[in-house]
Structures are given as C-alpha cells and as structure tokens.
Design a protein around this ligand. Structure first.
Ligand SMILES: Cc1ncc(COP(=O)(O)O)c(C=O)c1O
Length: 398
C-alpha cells in the first residue's frame, strides 16, 4: 500500500511547481500596488520573446485569448475557413468558431497524435485563412510540411503551443515558426502564472501591433503617456503634447496583471529545468512500462524534443485486460491514482455536432481517443511515486 504522500502526488496530475522565489516576486509586486500591465509584464514579454527567438511577445490573460487575438490579428472573419485537429482542447477550435469562421478538422498521425500534413493538404481550399497546428502533449507538429503548404497555398499558421512551451523542432522553439505562437500558463501547464495566463509571440510587426491593440480595447494614447500605446513612437495628431486617447476599433481586455508576470518571469527562468525533470520522469515511466502487453507508449518523432506536458498511453482492452474507462476507475479506487483523458475528439462534442460534425469523420483520432489515457506527470513526482505508478499499471494488467 502506498503512503499518503505518494497518493497525493499521483492524485495531482499535472502542472508546475512554485518555490520561495515566486512568493518573493509576488510580495514585491503587492508592495508596489500590484498594477496591471506594468514593468513586470514588459520584462516578462522581453524575456519570453528572447527565449522563443521571436521579435515580439505580448502577455495575455490566458491561452484562449492568445489564440483568439492571433486570429483577430490575421483578420479571420465570417466566411473564412480555419483548420485544426479534432484531438485538442476545445479552446483551439472555439477561438475560430467564436469569430464566426467555419472550423473544419484534419485527422492525425497515429503515433505523434499531431495533425497529419498529408491530410491537411487535401482539406485546404481558397477560403482557408488559417491553420492551427497543436503541438499536442509537448511535441511539435511536422512544421516543415505545414509551413511549406502554407507558403504554397497562402494561409496563415497560428501555432497552438499551449502544451509545448520550451519544446524544439529542428532547433527552433515551439511557437516561433508560424505567424504567431500561442501559449497558456494555466495551472496545469509546464509553467504557470498563478493559475491563468498566456502569451502571443510573433516576429511580424503588423501582427504584433494588432495583437497589442485588440488586447487592450484598441486604445491608443497620444501624448505624454505611452503605456497603452503601440510600441512605435507616440504620435500627437494635433501636434500638441497633451494626453488624448483614441480607440482604433472595438477591442477587448485580455491583459495580464503584474503579479502574474512577476511569477511568470521566475517560472521562465526555471522552465528548462522543469521540463528536464518531466523528460526524466517520462523516460523512467517508459522504461518501467516497456513490455507490458496491451500498452502503446509515447513516440517522439525524430528532429524534435518532447517536453511531456502530458504522458499519453493507449490501452488495448483485449490485450491489457480492461477498457480505458475501467482502467481509470481501478487506478483511482484501488490505487489512489488520478488518470486523465485528453481529449474527446471535438466532432463528438455538442458544440461541434451542432456545427454539422458527427462521429466517425476522423477515424485515426477517434480510434486513438477510444484508448488514450494520460498518466500523472509533473516535476514534483518522486522516485517512490513513479515506482508506485508503474507497479500499479503492471498489477492491473491481466
Ligand atoms: C491545446 C490547448 N489549447 C488552448 C488552451 C487554452 O488555454 P487556456 O486554458 O489558458 O485558455 C489549452 C488549455 O488547456 C490547451 O490545452
């Protein structure tokens, strides 16, 4: 039987970890009146852009906002088509659907679970404005093929890198390859900004300007203050240096607070170490489970690194001896371990059934989803916890 502390670490499935440095950073912002969009946000953006190798970064309130603003910035509107994978969190597709675009899905590669570029090529049409590749579970999509197709067919690539902060594809960082890259700092992600948060990165100045404007009400402040102004020089349209605010369009408030950004800066500095710990845990699990009949373990595609936001396993019920649902139930009730399911294909959901989708349209994603579970993985896992996880999975196998 496991100790209560092991059960606890295996019952909290995902996420990052905070230490005294984050606490200190948060206290310092509180002592400075805890502003929104202040110096900590500016520093976090500068450091995050440098980490990703992009020209610009803008902090936002969450990953959904990052996706939504990216699509706004490339002018996605009703009548446009946006393609993505059915095996993702609903936010990816909802960002396009809430802008009135027509969303369609592209089936996946059965080993990496990422969108299959060969199938993408067949779905692109004249109305395809954007494609959102999702770097699922922590490894990048086949970006060379997707970017070549984007060049040839004239659509924008908005990378959903919410699972893959710090992952690399042929030496380039996740999020740095498309028109924009979108990140989430939700509590379950590899780095977090106190439960919610996000970032858009880009190297295109026009896209950056639109992201920055629409994030904060499309406000331009002319004159002395440049706080909400676009990053080029503040202009004084009437030639006078007084404070005058205008709004280019109706925009949104998707800003981040300084207390979150201060914590984000510390998390970013630790990110490579946090990811390395995940990779170490993933290797240990893979070695421990290799050879267990009926399990398909994660595959890392050549040319990229995997940061194991999640650790996916497919369970073949005929060989392992139980369905994924029974496995999830038994792991929780017999072993105290919480197992996840990421995700139900979006064509199974009410949100997309009412947009004309039905079961059976994406057979590879759907067959995988019938068997996919995600094991606990996070940097707080101990050797004892990992051994207990592996032993539990072996014990339940028939
Ligand atoms: C693949 C993917 N895209 C987008 C999002 C949306 O991020 P957020 O929850 O920060 O809005 C998530 C969050 O879980 C995600 O996993």
């Amino acid at each position: 039987m496991s100790s209560p502390s092991i059960r606890f670490e295996l019952a909290s499935k995902f996420g990052s970890e905070y230490g005294p440095e984050e606490e200190q950073a948060a206290i310092e912002v509180i002592q400075n009146q805890a502003p929104t969009s202040g110096n900590a946000c500016v520093a976090f953006e500068r450091e995050f852009a440098a980490y990703c190798g992009t020209q610009y970064a803008r902090v936002v309130s969450n990953g959904t906002a990052a996706l939504f603003l990216s699509l706004v910035a490339i002018d996605v509107k009703p009548g446009d088509r946006v393609l993505t994978t059915p095996l993702t969190w609903i936010a990816t597709a909802a960002a396009a659907a809430t802008l009135g675009a027509e969303v369609d899905f592209v089936d996946i590669d059965p080993d990496t679970y990422n969108l299959d570029p060969a199938k993408l090529a067949k779905k692109v049409c004249a109305q395809t404005k954007a494609v959102i590749p999702v770097h699922l579970y922590g490894q990048c999509c086949d970006m060379d093929a997707i970017l070549a197709l984007a060049d040839a067919r004239g659509f924008a690539v908005v990378e959903d890198a919410c699972h893959a902060v710090g992952a690399e594809y042929k030496g380039r960082k996740a999020g740095s390859m498309g028109a924009t890259g979108c990140f989430s700092f939700h509590e379950q992600k590899n780095m977090s900004t106190l439960g919610e948060g996000g970032m858009v990165v880009t190297s295109d100045p026009d896209i950056f300007e639109r992201v920055a404007l629409y994030r904060s009400h499309c406000a331009r402040v002319y004159g002395e203050s440049t706080k909400y102004c676009r990053l080029d020089e503040a202009k004084t349209p009437m030639g006078k240096r007084f404070w005058w605010q205008d709004f280019d369009d109706a925009g949104y408030n998707f800003r981040m607070t300084d207390i979150q950004a201060a914590v984000g800066r510390i998390q970013l500095a630790k990110l490579d170490a946090l990811n390395a710990r995940r990779v170490e845990c993933a290797k240990y699990i893979t070695e421990g489970l290799r050879g267990v009949p009926g399990l398909k373990l994660p595959v890392t595609a050549p040319g990229g690194t995997h940061v194991f936001h999640l650790y996916p396993v497919e369970i073949d019920p005929d060989v392992y001896g139980m369905t994924k649902e029974d496995f999830i139930y038994a792991m929780l009730h017999e072993r105290g371990i919480k197992i996840g399911t990421h995700y139900n294909p979006l064509n199974w959901t009410e949100a997309f059934r009412k947009r004309g989708f039905e079961r059976g349209q994406f057979p590879v994603a759907e067959a995988a989803a019938e068997r996919l579970v995600t094991l606990p993985i996070h940097p707080r896992l101990t050797r004892e916890g990992l051994d207990y996880l592996i032993e539990s999975i072996k014990t339940l196998a028939h």
